[in-house]
Design a protein around this ligand. Structure first.
Ligand SMILES: Cc1cc2nc3c(=O)[nH]c(=O)nc-3n(C[C@H](O)[C@H](O)[C@H](O)COP(=O)(O)OP(=O)(O)OC[C@H]3O[C@@H](n4cnc5c(N)ncnc54)[C@H](O)[C@@H]3O)c2cc1C
Length: 326
């Protein structure tokens, strides 16, 4: 049951707000730079990080009641958030962390916040094949489903048995791979207002754990030698325009090492933009446009961002003040 006022509990030092009917703290003006892998971006007007499905449902309903714009955040490893931050409520799903391995069916069910790389190692340890490719992806199960994350010629779509999603009206539905309209690094859930709460993957149990672990390790070492993991980034910025690799197109026009403010095109992989320490989201945004212009000019190809760009990039920095309906 939604109430129009927030529960307020006094702590010695401050007044803490909670999502109505829960013990789930509601915070305002939370820096999203700390919660995204690019390490840039302004604050969330409101922020909540539920630890249970009930708290997630209550947070979702509260945002709906308050008519607040809603943003879902997993591990934040594929997001570029504007320097002025995001209006409305940001729900972070990374603390939803239940995992179940069903040895009879070979299926793994994991809550939205489980790191997909951790799942890959846990499966390898059991000798379950299928998730080895996911080891270098720093996202959550929810983010992997929404983005159809993939690597080494495999993707989430190949393994997903079904996923549970929560709709704004509070109803839950179970969607299969076919329902999700998966294609290259996308699904119908991208930009929708439905939340992935958990997903079930079909793996192949029965292999020698040593072998699965070895393949998983090989994938990880290959990534560490070919991709820059030492500085903040979002991984590949652009989708590969078939049949070309975006990184190759960018490299061929001499853009490796090119820098705008604190944002630099990686020497090791030209489809990575690195935050060299003091980048603003606007530097990265300008770099994305610069690359698109240059690739269009030289190759007559339009590079489409894989990274999800959130918030307003036209206005100068200002605070979005917390205001609530009472
Ligand atoms: C170093 C590095 C390497 C990478 N390598 C790869 C790679 O090889 N392959 C690949 O595919 N990606 C790669 N990525 C990108 C990224 O890790 C993936 O896209 C990942 O799946 C994003 O998951 P996330 O939890 O971080 O999602 P976020 O970045 O937090 O969100 C991504 C999108 O999903 C939505 N979302 C997140 N959780 C939910 C949820 N529970 N319900 C509904 N919507 C949700 C968000 O609103 C957003 O639209 C890499 C990133 C980095 C930093």
């Amino acid at each position: 049951m939604i109430t129009s006022v927030l529960t307020q509990k006094k702590t010695p030092s401050q007044l803490q707000l909670y999502i109505p009917g829960t013990n789930c703290p509601l915070q305002s003006q939370v820096s999203l730079a700390k919660l995204t892998s690019f390490r840039v971006g302004g604050p969330a007007q409101w922020y909540v990080a539920p630890r249970s499905l009930e708290d997630l449902q209550a947070s979702f309903q509260w945002a709906h009641y308050q008519k607040l714009p809603l943003t879902l955040l997993g591990a934040g490893s594929n997001l570029l958030v504007s320097d002025i931050g995001l209006p409305g409520l940001v729900i972070c799903t990374r603390y939803l962390r239940h995992t179940h391995f069903d040895a009879d069916t070979g299926r793994i069910t994991a809550s939205a916040g489980v790191p997909i790389a951790r799942l890959a190692w846990q499966a390898a340890k059991r000798g379950w094949e299928g998730l080895e490719w996911a080891v270098g992806i720093p996202g959550t199960v929810g983010g992997a489903v929404v983005m159809n994350a993939g690597a080494h010629k495999s993707s989430t779509a190949d393994l997903l048995f079904h996923t549970d999603v929560l709709s704004p009206d509070g109803s839950m539905a179970q969607l299969t791979s076919q329902d999700l309209g998966f294609s290259y690094r996308t699904s119908i859930l991208q930009g929708s207002d439905r939340i992935v709460t958990q997903a079930t993957f079909q793996l192949k149990p029965g292999a020698e754990p040593k072998q699965v672990r070895s393949l998983t390790s090989q994938h990880l070492s290959k990534r560490h030698t070919t991709q820059p993991y030492h500085l903040p980034s979002c991984g590949s910025v652009f989708r590969n325009p078939d049949p070309y690799a975006a990184g190759w197109l960018i490299e061929q026009i001499g853009l490796k090492g090119y820098q705008i403010g604190g944002a630099r095109i990686a020497e090791r992989h030209a489809n990575f933009i690195l935050n060299c320490g003091d980048a603003k989201a606007s530097d990265i945004f300008r770099m994305i446009h610069h690359i698109q212009e240059q690739v269009e000019k030289h190759w007559s190809l339009c590079l489409e961002p894989e990274v999800r760009i959130l918030g307003d990039f036209t206005k100068k920095q200002k605070n979005i003040k917390p205001e609530l309906a009472t």
